[in-house]
Design a protein around this ligand. Structure first.
Ligand code: SAM
Length: 214
């Protein structure tokens, strides 16, 4: 007999346990997140990002709202294994950028990396496309306004991945009308209603939106 009332947290623990072993430096980064409370995407989402990047043969990846390089390391691994290319790490905090730089060099992934300190949507506007894959993890109230810029820079057949689309369950709380929660809901409505995208919300970690640009 199966267990029909599966617990969300138990499923997430199980999914994490299914992720293959990572290089030691990535495990160091996972421990840093636990120690500092920094919100990384975690191994299950990271591995899915890596898989998607490998499956589409991504060579040009742009990350909006990077941290100290954890999600970046999954994309950089994929791009390196795809034969090389570029991965943009973009965050407005200089210390995080330098911290990421150290981790990615230690992982031997520095050759595909480009670093930029500044506002991510503005920098994407200024950067020549197209990109095969764009990953969005900026402030949640800025998600809706970032979509047209992303659509403009992604190639047809490219993939957009957006983190925190379950927003720790806050999207289900109708009394929560905070700008961040409304931003997540609005992006979901915009992208699922737009015939130019095929999108699915994957309930892994804090919810990954995976969208294909037609
Ligand atoms: C959730 S964390 C990134 C975690 C990272 N994706 C990972 O999993 O390793 C988001 C980071 O992006 C920064 N950020 C948020 N909005 C931004 C924006 N519009 N431009 C640049 N950085 C931004 C935040 O300060 C924070 O350091």
């Amino acid at each position: 007999m199966g267990k029909n009332n599966m617990n969300f947290a138990e499923i997430q623990t199980y999914l994490e346990a299914c992720v293959p072993p990572r290089p030691a430096e990535m495990q160091v980064m996972e421990t840093e997140a636990l120690d500092t409370g920094f919100p990384i995407i975690g191994p299950a989402s990271g591995y899915l990002c890596y898989l998607i990047a490998r499956m589409i043969g991504a060579k040009r990846v742009f990350e909006l709202g990077s941290g100290y390089g954890y999600s970046t390391s999954w994309f950089a691994r994929a791009v390196q294994e795809n034969g090389g290319g570029v991965v943009y790490h973009v965050v407005w905090n200089k210390e995080l950028s330098q911290w990421a730089h150290r981790h990615l060099d230690t992982l031997g992934l520095g050759g595909v990396m480009r670093y930029h300190v500044g506002e991510a949507v503005q920098f994407l506007k200024e950067t020549s496309g197209p990109f095969d894959l764009i990953f969005n993890d900026i402030e949640k109230h800025d998600y809706p306004d970032s979509l047209p810029v992303i659509a403009d820079k992604l190639r047809p057949g490219g993939v957009l991945i957006v983190d925190n689309m379950l927003w720790h369950g806050r999207i289900l709380d109708e009394t929560d009308q905070s700008p961040d929660t409304c931003g997540v809901r609005m992006l979901t409505r915009l992208i699922t209603a737009d015939p130019g995208w095929a999108a699915s919300l994957v309930p892994i970690h804090d919810g990954l939106l995976v969208a294909y640009k037609k």
